[in-house]
Structure formats: C-alpha cells, structure tokens
Write a protein of this length. Structure first.
Length: 182
C-alpha cells in the first residue's frame, strides 16, 4: 500500500507527495524505481534510491521532529534498518491531509535531479563521520553517490535538498542492452 500521490504534468518532471509515516521511505524508493524505469534509466536506480532514502529519512528525522504526529527519532532509526515496516495506525494517519514531504525527479538529459522538500527551513549539516555511531553518515552517502548536492530555502517556509546524477552513462548502457537483445 502506497502513502504517496504522484503528479506528472511534464513527463520529465515527476513529483510524489509523501505522508510523514513509516512507509514514506519505501514509497520514495518505489517512486524512483518506476520513474527511472519509465525513462529507460533503470541503471541509475541503486544510486538514486539510496540518496532518495537518505533525503526522505532526514526529512522525517529532522524536519518533522517537533511535530507531535511525526514518527519519533527512534522509530525513524528503526525504519532505516528495515524499510518494510507495516503501517502504523494512530495520530500519524490524521496528518495524511497535510502531506508535508515531497520527492521530485527531473530528467534533463544528460542529468537526473532528485529533490526532496520538507517544511523545515533549517538546512542540512554534514557531521564529522563517526564510523561507530548508528547515524550521521547520510549526507556523506549523498555526496558519494551523486555528482553534486545542495539545498535551497523555499519561499515562505521549508527547503528543498537536491542531488544531481549523470544519466548519460545510464542512457548509453540501456541503449546497449536494447541493441544486444534485438
């Protein structure tokens, strides 16, 4: 069962609104999979899915931490260890009408941009890597798996955190597969 609603006006700009619930990370990954495969860029899925997971997890953990209906930090930590948690009934479901987190994928050859917006105006801060800690390496992963990343405040309130991926190699790889299978 999905917690997101996908919107597509331009077939190369697709957005999915995510509920502030456990399923948001899984929904973001499913959204990335179906969108990238639809664009013929399935080869990018692993990198984009990892970054999308990190950005959505950060939005759940940090941007929504002061909301009474948001998942607790401990719940989000458990979520990151096992993305297939069942739906949690309760106050979080009442927040569905607000749906404050959005993931967008934009394909402008030769690049794909993954952007996650949330209601917090506080920008992400990469911490010193602590290889013993259970968290704190997410932005380092985003940096490692994308060509570039950054963030911008949104008008009024909120922010968008984005990461850029090179699609050119994925497009060439997919074209080669199609030629070999024909």
């Amino acid at each position: 069962m999905s917690t997101g609603t996908a919107i597509a006006v331009d077939p190369h700009v697709v957005t999915c609104t995510l509920a502030p619930r456990f399923e948001a990370v899984r929904t973001a990954r499913e959204f990335a999979r179906s969108t990238l495969h639809g664009w013929g860029l399935g080869a990018l899925f692993d990198d984009v899915a990892l970054v999308a997971s990190e950005l959505v997890t950060n939005a759940l953990r940090h941007a929504l931490e002061h909301r009474p209906d948001a998942p607790s930090a401990e719940s989000v930590r458990i979520l990151t260890e096992s993305v297939r948690l069942p739906a949690q009934p309760g106050p979080a479901q009442a927040a569905d009408a607000q749906l404050p987190i959005r993931i967008s994928l934009v394909h402008r050859s030769p690049q794909v941009v993954c952007a996650v917006s949330d209601p917090s105006s506080r920008g992400p801060v990469a911490r010193e890597p602590d290889f013993v800690a259970e968290s704190g390496r997410g932005l380092h992963l985003v940096d490692s798996f994308s060509r570039a990343w950054g963030w911008h405040p949104l008008a009024g309130a909120g922010k968008v955190v984005w990461a850029v991926f090179e699609a050119e190699n994925a497009e060439v790889e997919m074209a080669g597969r199609h030629r070999r299978s024909a």
